[in-house]
Design a protein around this ligand. Structure first.
Ligand code: BGC
Ligand code: BGC
Length: 655
């Protein structure tokens, strides 16, 4: 009997997946899935409103099943069979969490395997798989890697950012995943933060506009999309990290040797509402259905314990009716020595799903005990599960638990590559351009290119690419800055590359050292992510300055291309090159840089961060720099960026 019913259930799934009309809901025939409740089953009926389906399912769930929905496990930690045993609601890939063979098909098969375990549970609730695709699907090899948000901030082009959100959504779906832990909508106040590049910039209005555009790109269903009946969003975005993650104070972090990341913000509520809340208000208005809580604290209390902000402000005041996911093991930080109290506090404060991510059995048992003890009210559990189920229905997961495989052809499609290349072009910021060094003629006879960053997709992609901390080297498909330059110049131009900037081997017919017309010096930060990238000193290193000085020896003109996740302190070195270009972390389509250097396109990028003059003046941003003048002012203000024909103002003599 049971077998027959599950067969019928399967048929109903297949029928609805095929888009067949199920006027008499097949669901009614599968009553055995419910225990005591004998009312008609509505949650499997896609013609019912989402809220009706949510309530119908919720009333059939046991406490264990509800807690399972609130549990998110890292994919490497879940034991075979446990998704079914514990009715786990969500699995994630952390940074670098790829399958052994890193292809879209293998990702898809991996996620499908987990999904099958979820569908084998009593109620057949699909799981939701999440990943950090923060600049394209960075964990997946040969995905389209877009410039990091710092670069998108410099484009200040919401339409472009929306299209990138959309393209990223397609590439994660191609790998079986409907949920992206992005965008970061931090309003970053201190560029020493290791996550500066994940933010769009330091100004509230800019972050609000671009963050909302990204979310709309990911979530909006467009004409021609293959969707499930009842599905209301395309994929799920996660504005993060709520709230004020970019406003922590130096040395306020207790995590490892982090300085700013996961630290404490100490601002009055008016400032918090004026500077950091607006991007979330806008995201909620635009349909945000998931928000990640921040590791950081406000006035000494961890965000994961801030009932006022999570529940009163975000859920009640802003009307957010999606679910709040914790950050990675972040609930545990509330009381480092008291796991039980941490979980109770955080769930009661309003966090709905715990990114556990490792020891899910302990989390589940702790939750059960807390509910049994009356420390977490059942209404709170129901509220959390309602929110999670609402999202699963909104994604159409009950009708089609795995995305359409036809989306696999979007990975590195020409359309996505063109978009990424456009983003690179529009993000370049021209800082200095003495004697109109740029644009360069495509007929320039001799061009030298110096620095490892010129020929390294890992360096130009930064953190959250293949690995959490990024990965130096050329393991992805893509074009480097060097290959872009080679492709741009005429056949008569000679282009030579040396990662150490040593061009002594190149001589003319008479054996005299060749003098380049132009040397491009690419200076690149080593990739980093999160607090690992917190840095007090963001000046150029000695070896970078040496590279720059060496390049001068054999060149008439020097052009610096900076690859970095933040503005660097370059005040003393500016005179060493005729032109300086901030290229941020452009991702895999490095040929977009040459598009602008050789004048096919104009420079339009404007820095979305105040550019510091010294390390000592940090933090400096539009909010605290308003009244600063002379040497106290930033080197380049927020919004600075030259166009062709313009020259740098006289800023070095700041007295
Ligand atoms: C980060 C989040 C990320 C999560 C999962 C955390 O450490 O703070 O931004 O989404 O890990 O990788
Ligand atoms: C994971 C990341 C996560 C980080 C948190 C790493 O091991 O790969 O996804 O954000 O831990 O510290």
């Amino acid at each position: 009997m049971r077998k027959l019913f599950s067969f019928l259930f399967l048929v109903s799934l297949i029928l609805s997946a095929c888009g067949a009309s199920t006027s008499t809901p097949v669901a009614e025939e599968i009553t055995p899935v419910a225990t005591e409740d004998t009312s008609p089953i509505l949650y499997t009926d896609s013609s019912q409103p989402i809220e009706v389906r949510v309530e119908d399912l919720l009333k059939r769930m046991t406490l264990e099943e509800k807690i399972g929905q609130m549990t998110q496990v890292e994919k490497g930690s879940i034991q075979p069979g446990d998704i079914t045993t514990y009715a786990i609601g969500s699995i994630l890939s952390g940074g670098g969490g790829s399958p052994a063979k890193n292809t879209p098909q293998e990702w898809y098969t991996m996620v499908e395997g987990y999904q099958e375990e979820a569908l084998a549970t009593r109620l057949g609730i699909p799981l939701i798989y999440g990943v950090d695709a923060v600049h394209g699907h960075g964990n997946m090899q040969n995905a389209t890697i877009f410039p990091h948000n710092i670069a998108l901030g410099a484009t200040n082009n919401p339409e472009l950012v929306k299209a990138i959100g959309r393209a990223t959504a397609e590439e994660i779906l191609a790998s079986g995943i409907p949920w992206n832990f992005a965008p970061v909508i931090a309003v970053v106040q201190d560029v020493r933060w290791g996550r500066t590049y994940e933010g769009f910039g330091e100004e509230t209005a800019l972050v609000t506009s671009l963050g909302t555009a990204y979310l709309e790109g990911m979530q909006t269903i467009q004409d021609g999309d293959v969707t499930s009946p009842g599905q209301t969003i395309f994929t799920l975005a996660t504005p993060k990290h709520f709230l004020g993650d970019g406003a922590t104070l130096w040395d306020s972090s207790n995590t490892e040797d982090y300085k700013l990341d996961q630290g404490n913000m100490q601002v009055p509520e008016e400032a918090l509402r004026e500077l950091y809340l607006p991007p979330y208000e806008s995201a909620v208005d635009a349909g945000a259905l998931n928000i990640m809580a921040s590791f950081s604290s406000w006035k000494g209390t961890k965000m994961h314990a801030q009932e006022y902000l999570l529940t009163d402000v975000l859920k009640n005041e802003l009307g957010f009716n999606g679910f709040i996911v914790s950050d990675w093991q972040a609930m545990d930080q509330i009381y480092p020595d008291d796991y039980y109290a941490s979980i109770v506090t955080s769930v009661n404060a309003g966090v709905d799903m715990n990114m556990v991510p490792y020891d899910y059995v302990t989390f589940i048992e702790t939750m059960k005990t807390a509910v049994d003890n009356g420390d977490i009210p059942e209404e709170r559990i129901d509220d959390a599960v309602r929110r999670i189920l609402r999202v699963k229905f909104s994604l159409g997961l009950f009708e089609r638990p795995m995305p359409d495989v036809s989306l696999q052809k979007t990975v590195r499609s020409q359309e996505h590559l063109d978009l990424a290349r456009q983003a690179v072009r529009e993000s370049l910021v021209l800082l200095k351009n003495e004697n109109d060094a740029l644009p360069l003629s495509k007929e320039t006879p001799v061009i030298f290119v110096a620095g490892q960053g010129a020929n390294d997709l890992g360096l130009q992609s930064g953190g959250w690419t293949l690995e959490w901390q990024g990965k130096v080297g050329n393991q992805n498909e893509g074009t480097t800055i060097l290959s872009g330059i080679r492709a741009a110049v005429s056949e008569t131009s000679r282009v030579e590359f040396n990662s150490d900037g040593d061009f002594t081997e190149f001589t003319d017919e008479a054996g005299i050292p060749l003098i380049a017309d132009v040397t491009f010096v690419v200076l690149a930060e080593k990739p980093y992510a999160e607090g690992v990238g917190d840095a007090a000193n963001i000046s150029l290193s000695n070896s970078e300055v040496k590279l720059l000085n060496d390049a001068r020896q054999q060149s008439k003109t020097v052009v610096v291309i900076l690859l970095s996740g933040r503005p660097r302190v370059i005040t003393d070195e500016l005179p060493l090159a005729e032109a300086w270009v901030a290229a941020w972390l452009p991702g895999t389509e490095g040929n977009g840089v040459a598009d602008v250097l050789f004048g096919n396109y104009p420079f339009t990028g404007k820095t979305s961060y105040s550019w510091p003059r010294t390390n000592e003046q940090l933090p400096i941003n539009i909010n605290n720099a308003k009244d600063k003048t002379g040497c106290d002012a930033p080197l380049f203000p927020f919004g600075y960026g030259l166009e062709y024909g313009e020259s740098m103002p006289d800023i070095l003599e700041c007295k």
